[in-house]
Design a protein around this ligand. Sequence first.
Ligand code: ATP
Ligand code: MG
Length: 402
Amino acid sequence: MYSKKFLIKYAEIGIKGKNRYRFEDALCHQIKRKLKTLFGEFKVYKEQERIYVEVIDKNNDSYNEFSYNEIISSLKEVFGISSISPIYQFEKTNSIYDLASNILNYIENTFDEKNFTFKVHTKRLDKYYPLTSNEINCELGGVILDNYPNTKVDVHTPMVFFYVEIRNKINIYSENIKGLGGMPLGTNGKAMLLLSGGIDSPLAGYMIAKRGVKIDAIYFDAPPYTSDRAKQKVIDLAIILSKYTGAIPLNIINFTQIQLAIYDKCPHDELTIIMRRFMMKIAQKIAIENECLGLITGESIGQVASQTMHSLMATNEVCTIPVYRPLIGFDKQEIIEKAISIGTYETSIQPFEDCCTIFVAKHPVTKPSTKIIKRSEEMLNELNIDEMIQKAIDEKQVIWCK
Ligand code: ATP
Ligand code: MG
């Protein structure tokens, strides 16, 4: 039997009072959004500080293992859920006989082999319920032992927990399938992700989104120095991310003219830093126009010359809004493992040039001085760099990735 009802648990720390409602409503909204992509009808609702997902199966015949697995996989992509439990639910009863027959029914329909060690764990939300949690544990434990002689009680490390919850109705379940955790999307504003085709930036976007932040993205394209396939790779990455974040508007900026101007006018060992500063400036402008509260990058200290502490300071100098760098302390190997687990790695390692790799200096500065960099940038004024920037912004292309 595949359960048609799921109990959704979420981390409750720090979400009291008014915040709790906001959190729960946002989580229900995100769950509904996610389930909309599946076939079938669902009811998502709050009850007594719990969230439930219920399958509405009008014909009662279209629901099967595939639908069940699809629901679980989808819920496992929703931020804010700490665990998912398929439940068996029935009307409240004071009779221990009814409880017993329901738990036997549950076991009969859920377990093929009835030869496990177990523990019954009861929680009463209804404190006026005539039986105490302990009485229910003992009674139901006895009934299970009587009916399935190959089972055994193990209160320390049981193979199966039977959770019994006495609420408005009664829930029985034995699985807590781990969710992603974090906060529901939309509980924490929006930020602009600088998304390149690499391994780092998609993960950076994921990590900030996991804190409830909606994501807009921006990609700096440099045709013909970068190919359409490199651009497509970034779009593909945004589509993978959108499984978690919902549709992402990807701003694509043609950066070629600006990059060539920098290449022409500025010392080559400073190219990357100056380029990064212009990327940040443009990203920030579009971010502010779109009510984003910060920028996100995949930078990590010391990963490359443009990410030493000195370089980060020089890059950061152009920013007036916060820049979130969630990978700042990670090693590449840790980043790779995480990127694999969120499903972006395979796409990131496809071998298409992104705009940075073409214009890299052989010996980039690792300790740039902001003062010197700014002086170098003055050389760009004669090319009307501000107009170039405005033109690049005006001509941006926006693709909704989902
Ligand atoms: P990634 O972070 O995607 O793995 P990378 O490590 O090659 O790429 P760098 O060139 O070191 O990235 O740039 C650091 C950060 O700057 C990236 O994490 C990304 O946030 C941003 N960035 C770099 N190139 C681009 C680009 N072409 N478009 C948008 N953002 C970019
Ligand atoms: Mg990187």
